[in-house]
Write a protein of this length. Structure first.
Length: 199
């Protein structure tokens, strides 16, 4: 009978020693999942909180590429009209739009020049709701492959960024927006809507 208890006693001693040793013997933490920080789409409604509709902006982990780009952002909830302000890391205002009735801003007619650094986004609504976000402009070699392009190439480049993970969803959105403008129902438009959680 004693022989049968020894393996159990040895196991109990190992468990006790492992617990006493602390975190050194603990299992390694799993890496964070490719999380989505955007609530389900609700449109422009005064009974729901204002929120960004592109993954990564709310928590500041979105990364985009540098250069002259069409600036765009989408949001959900809150109450129209909306105002959107974009500032660089030094606090200079790069874009300020007010009186917006929809839940997306696309400045297609005058691209903005983005240099490396951090940028702040603010969206406010008619009810005094406010949401602020942030994104970082990084070197092109840190991004998924696929330059800005039109048509099918834009969709392909945006899909590559989307597949690369949640940090690049805003980059994916910015890659496809120029091709989506003026092309409702196109593959580019459908992808842009999906990236804005408008399924």
């Amino acid at each position: 009978m004693i022989r049968k208890l020894r393996p159990l006693a040895a196991l109990a001693a190992f468990v006790l020693l492992s617990a006493a040793a602390g975190p050194a013997l603990a299992a390694p933490a799993t890496p964070p999942s490719d999380s989505d920080d955007v609530p389900p789409f609700v449109g422009a409604r005064g009974d729901t909180p204002l929120a960004f509709a592109v993954t990564g902006l709310a928590h500041g982990f979105a990364e985009i590429g540098p250069g002259a780009r069409v600036f765009a952002v989408c949001w959900q909830g809150g109450e129209a009209p909306y105002a959107v302000t974009l500032r660089d890391g030094a606090g200079h205002t790069l874009a300020a739009e007010t009186g917006l009735s929809g839940s997306e801003l696309i400045l297609a007619s005058h691209p903005l020049s983005f240099a490396a650094g951090t940028y702040d986004l603010d969206v406010t609504d008619a009810a005094g709701g406010h949401v602020d976000g942030q994104f970082k402009v990084v070197a092109p070699e840190l991004l998924p492959p696929g330059p800005d392009a039109n048509g099918a190439a834009a969709v392909s480049a945006a899909e590559a960024a989307d597949r690369a993970g949640s940090a690049f969803r805003y980059e994916a959105y910015l890659r496809v927006v120029p091709a989506a403008v003026g092309a409702p129902g196109s593959a580019a438009d459908q992808l842009a809507r999906s990236l804005c959680h408008r399924h």
